[in-house]
Design a protein around this ligand. Structure first.
Ligand SMILES: Nc1ncnc2c1ncn2[C@@H]1O[C@H](COP(=O)(O)OP(=O)(O)OP(=O)(O)O)[C@@H](O)[C@H]1O
Length: 289
């Protein structure tokens, strides 16, 4: 009985909620403007008038009012032009937009710090493995290491990976732009890689990204080479510029024009999947799938 009622009317309930929300937002945007009273007055007159017409069933007047309403609808944006501009300006500075912009600014700052840390570790040939949490929680991997829960800074990252530091072995887990834990053990990929020289640090990065949607960044202790792992793929031997570019693409959704050129040169995604390897930047580094 109740189920029948719910299955018949759930769409109406959603419609009512959406309309209520929209009407309230329009009211909020307009309430402090000069035209708000005119709008309220118009709506009241319209409701009363339509009610009376329904009650007395005056057909000709109803027809006239319907036509006039159409003209009014076209005229409304002209009459309320200043109010609409103010309301739109308010939407532009709304908290939602602020939140989105702030979020992007935080991500940009985070990528800047990560870039600084990675470049410095690479120059000094200090081995490092960063695992960046996205939608899937890395709590199980965090629990294998030592909780840090600190603001992420290049200096702290370098100290943690410093070879004589007690926490330098294993991965640093980053989540919500903070260092959550250090010396974490990641699942090592078992798949066969075309490059057999790939060691455990890189395999652990591949392994984690096979199991989760996280992104891993590896700095090789041997060569200082920078790699990015995502979806079980590794992109190796990235230049600093290429690394920054790829990270922006992954986290900010920014794609650079000339990347199209690179992908055209090195073949489509499907070709790459077939070949099993791909060169990302013409360096000796390759991508293993
Ligand atoms: N399962 C794991 N999870 C996290 N880190 C790991 C794991 N296994 C190994 N490591 C890290 O990798 C280091 C060993 O790296 P190894 O030399 O085998 O790898 P590599 O991929 O060749 O890296 P590099 O180029 O830096 O030498 C260990 O000291 C440890 O810090």
């Amino acid at each position: 009985m109740l189920w029948d009622f719910v299955s018949q009317h759930w769409r109406h309930a959603i419609e009512i909620l959406v309309l209520t929300f929209l009407i309230y937002q329009v009211y909020r945007a307009f309430r402090a403007t000069r035209g708000a009273r005119i709008l309220v007055g118009l709506v009241v007159i319209l409701v009363v008038f339509t009610g009376l017409l329904q009650l007395f069933k005056f057909q000709v007047i109803t027809w006239l009012v319907t036509k006039a309403l159409f003209v009014l609808l076209v005229a409304l944006p002209v009459i309320f032009q200043p109010e609409i501009r103010t309301a739109l300006a308010r939407v532009g500075s709304s908290r939602w937009l602020d939140w989105l912009l702030r979020n992007e600014r935080r991500q940009v700052a985070f990528l800047g710090i990560l870039g600084e840390a990675v470049v410095s570790l690479s120059k000094k040939r200090v081995g490092a493995l960063f695992a960046i949490e996205r939608n899937i929680s890395l709590k199980p991997q965090q629990d294998t290491g030592v909780t840090i829960n600190a603001i992420f800074s290049p200096e702290l990252a370098q100290s943690l990976f410093y070879p004589k530091s007690p926490l330098h072995d294993g991965a640093l887990i980053l989540a919500e732009e903070r260092i959550q834990a250090a010396a974490c053990v990641l699942p090592v990929s078992q798949k066969e890689l075309s490059d057999r020289s790939i060691g455990l640090r890189h395999r652990a990065a591949i392994g984690l990204t096979e199991e989760t949607d996280s992104v891993c960044v590896v700095v090789s202790e041997e060569t200082g080479a920078i790699s990015i792992c995502m979806d079980g793929q590794i992109e190796r031997g990235l230049s600093v510029e290429k690394f920054q570019e790829r990270m922006e693409e992954i986290f900010l959704g920014k794609s650079k024009e000339h990347e199209k050129g690179v992908s055209q040169e090195s073949g489509s995604e499907a070709d790459l999947a077939d070949s099993g390897d791909r060169d990302l930047d013409g360096d000796p580094g390759a991508t293993d799938r």
